[in-house]
Design a protein around this ligand. Structure first.
Ligand SMILES: Nc1ncnc2c1ncn2[C@@H]1O[C@H](COP(=O)(O)OP(=O)(O)OP(=O)(O)O)[C@@H](O)[C@H]1O
Length: 304
């Protein structure tokens, strides 16, 4: 497998505190890798190490097969863009000025790409506006544009949707998908908002107590998780008779509600229930699978 980033037993100590405790992870090229973990699990620490903001206490990592101890790592890091913690933007400058400044820092001789970048992050009409007047979502998108200035093929986003409203979340999601699909950018997203991650990620790493406790790709996760159809009916006894007759697995969750596992034919079920004078009041496909899976994986582990 061709990895964009591989870490081997990474450790980071802050004084006596072991923030990373032998973390090994593998991000395939082209992936959207969801780094999932509760507060304090070590996500930001990992990102600080791989972006070169801090050094590991022990262990190593390779970026595009270049080890962190290799002299070439600084050059290779230029293939990486990152938004760590809060977007690195200057509030008293306009969006355009922020991008010009980043171009200058990177030594890019002309500013031709700036209009395209602003368009890409849906800020084309706001280039001349001061960032202090931006919404949080706009600041986050500008932060991503700044991270994209050097045309990286690996983008790291630390909790990119924290604090955003639903519209802001959709805009960031669409941008991430576009960068991955149209620009072939590998993306690492740290988040604890599982429902949102599950709409994006092709791979997951579950981190707890400073180490990865499980890595899994989205297809494997799908196979491991049970989707269910949740429904509310007027008569659960009738529902049980019908489901038993159809040999369908289910679980009653209240006097009127049940979860049905596996694929069901809704028409067949509705007709069978009607014959028993039972009506369906409410029906919904549920996909809490990632959350359940996460709880099972994390269960039994505690922070170091
Ligand atoms: N500079 C530091 N000095 C001491 N301890 C630190 C330092 N930075 C982080 N830690 C501790 O290391 C642990 C991991 O922190 P980290 O920020 O990596 O977690 P996280 O998974 O990103 O959590 P969150 O979602 O809250 O940002 C935490 O217990 C934190 O208190």
């Amino acid at each position: 497998m061709d990895y964009c980033l591989e870490t081997i037993s990474l450790c980071k100590k802050y004084g006596d505190f072991q923030a990373l405790n032998g973390l090994s992870m593998h991000i395939p090229k082209g992936a959207i890798y969801g780094l999932v973990g509760k507060n304090g699990a070590g996500k930001t620490t990992l990102i600080r190490l791989i972006t070169g903001i801090q050094n590991p206490t022990s262990g190593e990592y390779s970026l595009y097969n270049i080890k962190n101890t290799d002299m070439a790592i600084n050059k290779t890091r230029r293939r990486m863009g990152a938004v760590v913690e809060t977007p690195a933007v200057y509030l008293d400058m306009t969006a355009e000025e922020n991008l010009i400044m980043q171009y200058q820092i990177l030594g890019i001789p002309n500013y031709n790409g700036i209009t395209e970048l602003l368009t890409l992050v849906s800020l084309a009409d706001c280039g001349k506006k001061k960032v202090k007047d931006f919404s949080l979502g706009m600041k986050q998108r500008l932060g991503i544009a700044v991270a994209l200035c050097g045309s990286p093929d690996f983008l790291i986003l630390d909790e990119p949707i924290n604090g955003l409203d639903p519209q802001g979340i959709v805009e960031i999601r669409e941008l991430i998908l576009k960068l991955n699909r149209d620009y072939q950018i590998t993306i690492l997203i740290s988040s604890h908002i599982l429902g949102e991650l599950s709409k994006l990620a092709t791979h997951y790493g579950f981190v707890d107590g400073g180490k990865i406790v499980k890595e899994i790709d989205a297809t494997e996760l799908e196979l491991n998780c049970r989707k269910c159809t949740h429904l509310s009916v007027t008569d659960t006894k009738a529902l049980c008779r019908v489901l038993d007759g159809l040999n369908i697995e289910y679980s009653l969750t209240s006097d009127t509600e049940a979860d049905i596992f596996g694929e069901i034919n809704i028409t067949q079920l509705t007709l069978a229930l009607a014959k028993e004078n039972c009506e369906i009041m409410f029906i919904q496909k549920r996909d809490e699978s990632l959350e359940n899976y996460y709880m099972n994986v994390i269960g039994g582990h505690t922070n170091a």
